[in-house]
Design a protein around this ligand. Structure first.
Ligand code: MRU
Length: 342
């Protein structure tokens, strides 16, 4: 199974997602600053994957220290720097907090012990994510009818996680269970995670799919072409409001209009226990160039301006169920999500 990030001999190895699908380039990163830059530049992306990568980045912040050095200042600088890379996915802050706890509890064991503890914690975060994804896949596949045609957006696969995937993990599990007929994958303007990354993953797995322009989703549903919509999440508020890739909200509105079940698929590390509702989720806005000149190809005339929010928030009322590793959560979400996390 593909792992987009892993630790190898004192370095973070990362599959550069800006080069996919045409080139498979593996980066070797040895400083937390390089890791932060890779997250900011979206060489690694997807909520769980950036959390795991940041955790390995924090290991790097102390890995090269000589005996007797104080690990506190470099570790804290890395935690601060990594938390400023991307604002929306809560998994990033969740993973940093876990690493901070491990650091605080083991500061006194001496530098070699601390290094091993931090590496063990980062690997644990990684392994737990893969295990969660496999459970999510099983729970989610059970929701789909035989011969399911599902619509998805962005990339929520192995590339976006520790491995296996969330919404795409459900698709994998449904395919293995013989329940899946076809995946419709939105291209996902402007970064084209669907056209570039989901297509790359589905081709590798031999899962039948068709790409569609984001704006074709409504017509697909109107013609009865989708049995379910499966999307990932970057941050879920305790009331169930969910931030995910821009365009997700549009799919949710369309799904409600056409009576198609709309499932959010995410590990519980994506739930933000401190946020009561989605209005307070920080939404990343990215540069205009991504819209005006995607991947360096100038589309708009000189002088055109663009607005480029990277995420939107789908109100809980439009979400049929949330699929987590702990099971399928149905509305009302507030009680279940706060209980599930207790
Ligand atoms: O901007 P990206 O590519 O990091 O956005 C990714 C998404 O929106 C995914 O749907 C989400 O992170 C879930 S990935 C399992």
């Amino acid at each position: 199974m593909l792992r987009p990030v892993y630790w190898e001999e004192g370095a973070v190895r990362l599959l550069d997602q800006t080069r996919l699908p045409h080139e498979e380039v593996w980066l070797t990163l040895t400083g937390w600053q390089e890791v932060a830059a890779a997250i900011r530049e979206m060489r690694v992306r997807g909520a769980p994957a950036i959390g795991i990568t940041a955790a390995y980045g924090l290991v790097l912040s102390v890995w090269g220290l000589s005996p007797g050095a104080d690990p506190g200042p470099p570790f804290r600088a890395a935690a601060e720097g990594l938390s400023r890379t991307r604002p929306t996915a809560v998994n990033l802050f969740w993973a940093i907090r876990r690493m901070e706890r491990a650091f605080q509890e083991h500061q006194s064991v001496g530098l070699p012990g601390l290094k091993e503890t931090l590496l063990r914690e980062a690997r644990k975060i990684h392994e737990e994510d893969i295990a969660a994804n496999r459970l999510i896949g099983e729970h989610g596949a059970r929701l789909l009818p035989p011969g399911a045609r599902v619509l998805t957006i962005c990339n929520t696969g192995a590339l976006a996680t520790g491995g296996y995937g969330t919404a795409l993990g459900v698709i994998r599990s449904a395919w293995v269970a013989g329940k899946l007929e076809l995946v419709y994958a939105c291209e996902t303007r402007p970064r084209l995670q669907g056209a570039r990354l989901t297509a790359w993953e589905l081709l590798r797995e031999g899962i039948p799919f068709k790409l569609l322009a984001d704006s074709a989703a409504g017509w697909l549903m109107a013609r009865g072409g989708a049995d379910a919509v499966l999307v990932g999440a970057d941050r879920i508020a305790v009331n169930g409001d969910t931030a995910n890739k821009i365009g997700t909200y549009t799919l949710a509105v369309l799904a409600r209009r056409h009576g198609v079940p709309f499932y959010v698929v995410a590990p519980t590390s994506t739930v933000d226990p401190d946020l009561e509702e989605g209005g307070k989720i920080p939404i990343e806005e990215r540069g205009e160039a991504e819209v005006l000149s995607p991947y360096g190809c100038r589309l708009a005339p000189e002088g055109a301006r663009a607005w480029n929010p990277a995420f939107d928030v789908t109100p809980a009322g439009l979400i049929t169920a949330i699929v987590t590793e702990r099971g399928v959560i149905s509305p009302p979400y507030h009680e279940t999500l706060s209980q599930g996390l207790a």
